[in-house]
Write a new protein. Sequence first.
Length: 150
Amino acid sequence: MCIKVIQEITSTHMDLLLSADPNESLIIDYLKRAACFEYRLKEQVVGVIVLLPTRPKTLEIVNIAVSSQQQNQGIGEALLRYALTFAQEQAYQTVEIGTGSTSFAQLYLYQKCGFRMTGIDRDFFLRHYSNEIIENKLVLKDMVRLRIDL
Ligand code: ACO
């Protein structure tokens, strides 16, 4: 396993980031203020995770993505656990993450890693994304917020 700080965002990173969040202008905005890490497998970038300080002692995972060919091999879990260790070492007390209510695999993974649900941001995706998002045969409307206290 090789997880390192991203020195410069390349098109490979951006393609991964867009697979988790189709709003490119939002991505460009949070990248300026966030810590970004990449996962390399045999020198190839196959995963990314973006950590944004939001409130005092709180870090939010605003983006996590693994290339479609490399999913379901534990890379996403390794990135999440790396983020939790990073947050602990930097003395953060809380790590948050938000995902779609229709993102069943993501909701499974985050809860497997210890995140607990804290709330629902109703109509978040209708308010912030101009194109309709269909996932698991459902129109995505609501964001589920999850948190882990370190
Ligand atoms: N329902 C339930 N569980 C599922 C499903 C499903 N439909 N599909 C896969 N899983 C399970 C797998 O079995 C595995 O669990 P296990 O290890 O206990 O068997 C788990 O989900 C996946 O774990 P990993 O292999 O560690 O994760 P992966 O490397 O596949 O990365 C990620 C997960 C990042 C969500 C990846 O699927 C991805 O990039 N998806 C597209 C982008 C995305 O949706 N990103 C998150 C958006 S939210 C945000 O960025 C804050």
